[in-house]
Ligand binder design. Structure first.
Ligand SMILES: *Cc1c(COP(=O)(O)O)cnc(C)c1O
Length: 407
């Protein structure tokens, strides 16, 4: 399997001719993956620390996950939510085990998880004010990213995301991350919820401090607001805890999940604590595809491997050592590297300049990864990556920095 395999494709020409132009032109075509590795169509092998944007938690084609999908595909793939399927119930049970007493709703993506959270907050607002349309506002953080559908996009206070698509869904206002007072100042009788990424991903790998999360919890308790944590990117073990907010000990009212949940089979989910779990009533929300037997089988396989291989504990330990290793780069290249942000296997290399010019050098060295915000290289190894893989990535990054230094 480690032989370079050249799989000639005409994907670039086909994209040019037929694919909508909503994504920046991709630099390469991937044709195969195995564990932490991915191959392009010229046979070049990369350490894949993009992980499909924090999706491939188990890396590419993990045998347990592949077998679970194969088995389920031969049994029952889809049956809609008109009927029960055993995997949905079992996955909900596992999620409740992680998050605490409550209930689960399954959908197909991160933005859909956030739509469900926003809709729940509207129902909470009605319960609070006794009337529809009176209490509906949701406070978010500047620089947040909550998705591309109308609710998620309206909750994303970034000009580059919202431009061209106004009028937006009303009712969103943005405070400053890690500034409780800026959120307190925005609360009025019409406020129903606070929605926040525990670790901002797209925005630049910026962590909420524990004090900030506790401050928001207090505000939510004082004003009867839902604390809705968007763990779409930082959840599912990525930061070295099952949910990133669990490092702080804070309690959430609603949790949104997606990316890593099923290792690349599309899935999103929300968990809602007991107190608010009955806000959705029959007919109030739904999806055709969400929670299919196949999607749930993929997610259950992720749970199985996370536990069997004790991955989350390893992510915490390896991630801390790796962060220290990367921080050394700020000492070696002080003119280029400002520092390292994030936790576990969700780290950001903060630069003094733009991150995009580094990507070709990193690819040349054999490392795939995305950027974040205006000045950050985002590092999202699959959770199966060993400390050897992490050190290899550090070496590739060091090589790119050295090239830049002498360029
Ligand atoms: C990726 C992401 C989303 C959107 O998820 P999609 O599956 O792309 O719709 C929402 N919130 C956060 C924090 C994300 O990282």
């Amino acid at each position: 399997m480690n032989q370079p395999s050249i799989v000639r494709t005409n994907a670039a020409e086909l994209y040019d001719a037929y694919v909508m132009k909503n994504y920046a032109k991709a630099p390469l075509t991937l044709v195969r993956g195995e564990g932490v590795w991915a191959w392009d169509d010229t046979g070049k092998k990369y350490l894949d620390f993009a992980s499909g944007i924090a999706v491939n938690a188990l890396g590419h084609c993990h045998p347990v996950w592949v077998e679970a999908i194969r088995r389920q595909a031969g049994e029952l793939i889809h049956c809609s939510n008109l009927y029960r399927n055993p995997n949905y119930g079992e996955l909900a049970r596992r999620l409740v085990q992680q998050a605490g007493p409550g209930r689960v709703y399954l959908c197909n993506s991160g933005t859909e998880a956030n739509e469900a959270m926003i809709k729940l907050s509207r129902l909470h607002g009605i319960r609070k004010s006794g009337e529809e349309g009176k209490c509906y506002k949701v406070l978010v953080a500047k620089n947040a990213f909550h998705g591309r559908t109308y609710g998620g996009m309206s909750a994303t206070p970034q000009e580059k995301i919202q431009k061209g698509f106004r009028p937006l869904v009303p009712g969103f206002a943005a405070g400053e991350i890690n500034n409780v007072q800026s959120f307190a100042d925005l609360i009025d009788d019409q406020t129903a919820a606070i929605m926040i990424e525990t670790v901002q991903g797209e925005g630049g790998v910026t962590m909420c401090t524990d004090e900030f999360l506790w401050g928001l919890r207090r505000l939510c308790d004082q004003h009867n607001l839902l604390l809705m944590l968007d763990e779409v990117q930082c959840g599912f073990g990525r930061t070295g805890a099952f949910y990133a907010f669990q490092h702080s000990g804070v309690r959430a009212d609603v949790i949104g999940m997606a990316k890593g949940i099923a290792n690349g089979y599309p899935m999103g989910a929300i968990w809602c604590g007991e107190k608010h779990a009955e806000l959705f009533t029959p007919g109030s929300h739904g999806t055709t595809f969400g929670g299919s037997p196949l999607a749930c089988a993929a997610a259950l396989a992720v749970f199985e491997v996370l536990e069997r291989e004790d991955l989350i504990r390893k992510v915490a330990a390896n991630g801390a050592a790796w962060k220290a290793q990367l921080e050394q780069l700020a000492v070696e290249f002080p003119r280029q590297v400002a520092g390292v942000t994030g936790r576990g296997y969700m780290l950001g290399l903060r630069l003094h300049g733009e991150p995009a010019p580094y990507l070709p050098l990193l690819r040349e060295g054999g490392l795939l990864c995305p950027v974040a915000g205006l000045n950050t290289i985002r590092l999202l190894p699959p959770l199966i990556a060993t400390s050897e893989h992490l050190t290899l990535a550090t070496d590739i990054i060091r090589g790119a920095l050295r090239k830049k230094e002498t360029a």
